[in-house]
Design a protein around this ligand. Structure first.
Ligand code: HPA
Length: 269
């Protein structure tokens, strides 16, 4: 079964015909909320709001282990994680574009990484700390080192890419997701550092979720929705408008729902 973990801006899948809700107990404590089971285009899906249905859990308060364990226990084998992010738009080159073509290429690239853009990242850098980040700990548990070279499931990524194509929604198919601790947003200098590290988007909830999913051998991939220019970039040069983030996410999540609907109707499974 496929699960969707919704982040900020996606606390429900309005195109899901809900059949039941279930509270799942886990050895790791409470998940973020009851799992919502339903059908979309004839396929069984389970939805979980990562921050709780009333958006009450901060990124470092989310019980990632309980969430992943609960989904796995209910028969989930594939997860699409939806995450709001800041876009680390590259600093504009100081040289003016040498041609109209170069100028329009720069604009197109900026549109694909600015607010409202949807990114399917292919890499992660983890800067979080103090979170319960593994199932493999404690006296009884074996020491296990999972391979995490490619943190996202290639099959699920390709299926999402194809679904976005069918839905006519433009997506950026590469991205390096920097997972930061939050809940505060970053300083401009921190964003400069993340860019030097190679990150293109920044969010607070991608880790340890992705690694825990890999530990449970789930196929897991992320749909990142750019809510704002990251600190110090674009119209966030002086400050980030938190009110604007909400408005951008509300519009962009409609595109995410459309892509998910295409995904489940297109692959026939
Ligand atoms: N930084 C970190 N997390 C975020 C941001 C951001 O700018 N926007 C949405 N989630």
């Amino acid at each position: 079964m496929l699960a969707i973990i919704g982040g900020s801006g996606l606390t429900q899948l309005t195109n899901l015909e809900i059949t039941r809700r279930q509270v799942v107990r886990t050895p790791y404590g409470e998940p973020s909320g009851a799992l919502t089971f339903g059908r979309m285009r004839g396929r069984d899906i389970v939805f979980l709001a990562r921050h709780g249905y009333g958006h009450t859990l901060a990124p470092h308060e989310v019980n990632y282990r309980a969430n992943i364990w609960a989904l796995h226990a209910q028969g989930v084998r594939e997860v699409i994680a939806v995450n709001a992010v800041g876009g680390i738009t590259p600093r504009a080159p100081t040289t003016p574009p040498s041609s109209a073509k170069e100028s329009s290429t720069r604009e197109a690239l900026a549109a694909l990484s600015g607010p409202g853009a949807i990114v399917l990242p292919d890499q992660i850098i983890d800067y979080t700390y103090g979170r319960k980040h593994t199932f493999f700990e404690g006296a009884e548990a074996p020491v296990v080192h999972i391979d995490f070279t490619q943190p996202f499931c290639a099959t699920l990524r390709s299926a999402l890419l194809a679904a976005a194509g069918r839905a006519g929604v433009a997506v950026q198919q590469h991205g390096v997701y920097a997972a930061v601790q939050g809940p505060r947003l970053e300083t401009a200098a921190e964003i400069d550092r993340l860019e030097r590290d190679g990150a293109t988007i920044v969010g607070m909830t991608g880790m340890p979720e992705a690694a825990l999913a890999r530990e449970m051998e789930l196929g897991y991939t992320m749909v990142a929705v750019v809510a704002n220019h990251a600190a110090g970039r674009g119209n966030s040069a002086e400050s980030i408008s938190v009110a604007e983030i909400g408005r951008v996410l509300e519009r962009a999540m409609q595109n995410v729902r459309t892509i998910v609907e295409q995904l489940v109707s297109g692959d026939g499974s």
